[in-house]
Design a protein around this ligand. Structure first.
Ligand SMILES: [Fe+2]
Length: 349
């Protein structure tokens, strides 16, 4: 069996392959690691056959849907998953066949209702059910400390505890070890009495993860992340650096129309000298009045450089093939000491 850990920050995904038949599966794939999964498997002549998410992630964006669509590979989750794009829904006790490997699904609700562990002959991928030195939290949507207690003490730890455990997060770079080792050292597993365990889980008082609602929206619906929308827009345009724009303004001829796409009050408190103003929300409806000539070169900017990227891509899609965005936003422009003009919105007649 081929087994490789792929880290993406503190998230860990696993490539599991059958060397004889060259079939592979990726557990908890991350979109950013797409090329790495492909490189690892193709270097061994393997082909990815399944993408499996151990649960609905609330703290990061699953790569399963996009990768599945890109690679033509089915996505797998527990039947309780709310995601509509899952191809293969599995239940407790069922197995996935990957070449000659049999990967048994163990339903372990608690961290989420759809959490599962994947049991292999010598190891178990524990998802967020059991982490090194911790467990998955139970205070996020569909979390349930009572269910986690049953999953841990009656199911996961009822397995052969000489199995190695591989969780979906590894915050401190802990080396892989057995369920038995974890049972001895993990402070949460010392609360072996149900009420004590549930009380402990309810009193953890953890900080909400960043991007919680965005991650749940994306992972539950298959919709795009904000980052993806900006990345896709960035791929359609080119950029002008702040240094380049500053040089052009200082020589008195920017060689392009400068367009501020922020809100009017932001524009009024300070903008790039000579900038026209059309807020992003009115761009499509007003742009033809402002720029009747679609060959006009337009440089869009906003506060942080994200909305202007989308605005420039929108302009290109409308036929303004010379639309570009400022690499950076007005905040950085101002902080760098670049020239700033103040006053109400400037509109071209
Ligand atoms: Fe999680």
């Amino acid at each position: 069996m081929y087994f490789e850990e792929v880290r993406n920050g503190s998230c860990v995904s696993y490539v599991i392959g059958c060397e004889r038949t060259c079939a592979a599966l990726v557990v908890d794939p991350a979109l950013e690691q797409r090329d790495r999964y492909l490189a690892l498997t193709s270097a061994r002549g393997m082909r990815i056959r399944y993408l499996l998410d151990t649960h609905t992630h609330a703290d990061h964006f699953s790569g399963a849907r996009r990768l599945g669509a890109d690679l033509g590979v089915p996505t797998v989750m527990h039947r309780a998953s709310p995601a509509p794009f899952i191809d293969v829904r599995v239940e407790d006790g069922e197995s996935l066949i990957v070449g000659e490997l049999r990967l048994r699904v163990m339903h372990t609700p608690g961290h989420t209702r759809d959490s599962l562990c994947l049991v292999l002959p010598d190891r178990v991928c524990t998802g967020d059910t059991l982490l090194f030195g911790a467990t998955g939290r139970t205070d996020l949507p569909t979390g349930d400390p009572e269910a986690l207690y049953d999953s841990l003490f009656h199911h996961l730890l009822a397995l052969d505890t000489s199995l190695l455990m591989f969780p979906a997060h590894n915050y401190q770079g802990v080396a892989a070890h057995t369920l038995a080792d974890e049972r001895t050292t993990n402070p949460r597993l010392q609360k072996t009495e149900r009420t004590a365990f549930v009380d402990m889980m309810r009193s953890l008082n953890l900080k909400m993860p960043d991007h919680l609602t965005e991650a749940l929206r994306t992972n539950c619906t298959g919709g795009k992340t904000v980052g993806e929308i900006i990345r896709e827009a960035a791929e359609k345009i080119s950029f002008v650096t702040m240094d380049e724009l500053r040089r052009r303004i200082e020589r008195g001829d920017p060689g392009m129309a400068i367009l501020d796409v922020r809100e009017a009050d932001q524009y009024a408190t300070g903008h790039v000298p000579g900038a026209l103003h059309v807020p992003r929300g009115q761009l499509e409806l007003r742009i033809d009045d402002v720029f009747p000539d679609p060959t006009t070169r337009i440089l869009a900017y906003c506060e942080f450089g994200k909305i202007s990227t989308i605005a420039a891509a929108t302009l290109r899609s409308m036929g303004f093939s010379g639309a570009v965005a400022l690499d950076g936003g007005f905040r950085a422009w101002r902080e760098a000491g670049c020239p700033v003009e103040t006053g109400g919105p400037t509109r071209r007649a």
